[in-house]
Design a protein around this ligand. Structure first.
Ligand SMILES: [Zn+2]
Length: 240
């Protein structure tokens, strides 16, 4: 009986190990995705920042071209001033020129605002570039290791199962079947230890009589509530 109890404990340890590998099989690809998504997001953000700056530059070029048009017009009017015959015409041209100069000065103050916006956009782009570099560095650091871990998991799970199955053949069929059912239906936990007089699997209080049986270790004790195999944790005294 003692050897059966030992085998059950060992098998549970291996099933715990398998459980950890299975959890990693879910978790690690998520981490890998996250790393890639961070790079993608940082790339999208940088692109948006650059588009914003390009939009500002486009407005700047349009306004500069407007200034140039107005200046050409002013030059043309100024040339005409010497040729006009009447005072009225002279006044009209001068007021046109004054109007265009005013326009130019309005445009110049808009250009100043845009220059400020452009500087902000440049600073933002610098920040976004750094974010992207950080995300890429993070990917370089972790991606290979994560992939290697993910690739190794299948073999690790198979090896753990093989080790467990080697032990399983030493158990009587009925007991093995019961163990396997518990693993399948009770959160991968077939062997629960008593914990402060309660089942470590479900928390149900263990009767006094059963606690004595647990200490004797001459029969297999099942939790009356969850059906798990109950054991008392063996400490240093199990050295053989
Ligand atoms: Zn229980």
């Amino acid at each position: 009986m003692e050897s059966q109890l030992n085998i059950l404990e060992q098998m549970q340890l291996l099933d715990n190990k398998k459980g950890r590998y299975l959890a990693l099989q879910k978790e690690l690809p998520k981490q890998l995705n996250e790393i890639n998504e961070q790079v993608e997001q940082a790339t999208v953000n940088l692109l948006a920042g650059e588009t914003e700056k390009a939009e500002i530059n486009k407005q700047q070029r349009a306004l500069e071209s407007d200034i140039k048009t107005h200046q050409d017009q002013i030059r043309k009017y100024s040339g005409q001033l010497s040729e006009v015959k009447t005072n009225k015409e002279y006044k009209a041209l001068n007021s046109e020129i004054a109007y265009l100069k005013e326009k130019i000065s309005e445009i110049e103050s808009r250009l100043l605002e845009l220059m400020e916006k452009e500087n902000e956009a440049k600073a933002k782009i610098e920040e976004l570039k750094q974010n992207l570099q950080a995300a890429e560095a993070n990917k370089r650091d972790k991606e290979g290791d994560l992939k290697a871990q993910i690739d190794a998991l299948d073999a690790q799970i198979q090896a753990t199962l093989a080790e467990r199955n080697e032990m399983a053949v030493k158990l009587p069929q009925a007991l093995l079947k019961r163990y396997a059912n518990l693993i399948r239906h009770k959160d991968n936990l077939a062997v629960a230890y008593s914990h402060d007089g309660s089942c470590g699997g479900c928390g149900f209080v263990i009767r006094q009589q059963m606690r004595i049986e647990l200490q004797l270790r001459n029969k297999i004790v099942y939790c009356e509530n969850c059906g798990r195999i109950l054991m008392e944790r063996q400490r240093e005294e199990t050295t053989e």
